[in-house]
Ligand binder design. Structure first.
Ligand SMILES: *[C@@H]1O[C@H](CO)[C@@H](O)[C@H](O)[C@H]1NC(C)=O
Ligand SMILES: *[C@@H]1O[C@H](CO)[C@@H](O)[C@H](O)[C@H]1NC(C)=O
Ligand SMILES: *[C@@H]1O[C@H](CO)[C@@H](O)[C@H](O)[C@H]1NC(C)=O
Length: 298
């Protein structure tokens, strides 16, 4: 009797494994696997003094993850973003929970309107050579699609936390009808990359790496009108089938064509955003034991 039960259990074991693997493949799709309740924090601290209801709101989606330079990077971004009227910062942490560091930073950032989200990257995607921040960008898109409608006028921008943004860039992108593009500095192994523009239309790409990409552009080099995001609910950043460095192209292919692109920044002749990337912090003398007697957040 006992033997029969054990034998049956063993028979079921491979199936259980198969189920576990399948469930693990698309954790976002199967809620059975997401034990974390949706946890988001949205705030509008006070009416924006510069607010002008007739200009579109910019929704900047920033994926971020815990690392020694995180607070410094986010502080640099906040110092820019807090000067912008009609701006909503959607910060998405690569984490199973909202971190205190980011919560506090946002509360004191001076950015008046923001949403703090989080979604952990599945462990198997945390490998060198794989695209980064896919899940976080998609979580930001999901928030925008759930919480804004065609009645709202807005522009969505993917503002990574390792770039430097000029205020002028946001003036340029604010009037985006469908998808606008511009040069990005210090990227792709060159001083800059840019869309090549002839008679007001994008006709090619000045880039050192795979110019054959349909949209040979960095994440920081384009913005999308909110209506386009809402009317293409299926458009997301992809893991499967997307090679590293093809995320931008694969996303833009779903929502626009090269002919439709709107060149900004004086027909793509000015650099208004830089892929600065902070150097990895040198912590060789950081002690493992005998640490400082007080704890300081850095
Ligand atoms: C609001 O923005 C519109 C369009 O840019 C402009 O025409 C108008 O003068 C602005 N109003 C205020 C009060 O700044
Ligand atoms: C955004 O949408 C979600 C899901 O519909 C909802 O739970 C949340 O309260 C909304 N947040 C805001 C700020 O509208
Ligand atoms: C961009 O190019 C078009 C067509 O050549 C021209 O009409 C327009 O004035 C240019 N825009 C700027 C800001 O230089």
């Amino acid at each position: 009797m006992k033997f029969a039960v054990v034998a049956r259990l063993f028979l079921m074991l491979p199936w259980l494994l198969v189920i576990l693997v399948v469930v693990d493949i698309e954790p976002g799709r199967l809620s059975a696997r997401s034990p974390i309740p949706p946890d988001q924090l949205s705030r509008t601290l006070k009416p924006d003094p510069l607010s002008n209801q007739s200009i579109p709101t910019i929704y900047a989606i920033t994926p971020t993850y815990s690392r020694p330079v995180q607070k410094a990077e986010l502080t640099r971004l906040a110092n820019t973003f807090r000067q912008l009227p009609r701006f909503h910062w959607v910060l998405v942490e690569d984490s199973a929970f909202r971190s205190r560091l980011v919560t506090e930073l946002l509360a004191h950032s001076g950015v008046l309107s923001y949403t703090q989200l989080h979604v952990p990257t599945p462990r198997r995607y945390k490998r060198p050579g794989l695209s980064r921040a896919t899940e976080q960008r998609n979580e930001g898109l999901r928030w925008v699609r759930r919480n804004r409608s065609l009645r709202n006028s807005g522009v969505v921008y993917f503002a990574d936390d390792d770039n430097t943004y000029s205020l002028e860039l946001f003036q340029e992108m604010r009037l985006t009808h469908k998808v606008s593009v511009w040069p990005v500095g210090l990227v792709g192994g060159r001083r800059y990359e840019r869309p090549i523009v002839k008679e007001g239309h994008v006709v090619g790409w000045y880039t050192g790496w795979r110019p054959d990409r349909p949209f040979a552009i960095d994440m920081a080099g384009f913005a999308v009108n909110l209506k386009v995001i809402l009317s293409h609910p299926e458009a997301v950043f992809k893991r499967g089938g997307s090679q590293p460095g093809m995320q931008e192209s694969d996303f833009l292919k779903q929502i626009t064509t090269v002919q439709e692109l709107e060149p900004k920044a004086a027909n793509c002749t000015k650099v208004l955003v830089w892929h600065t990337r902070t150097e990895k912090a040198n912590l060789v003398y950081e002690p493992k034991h005998n640490q400082d007697v007080i704890h300081i957040e850095v």
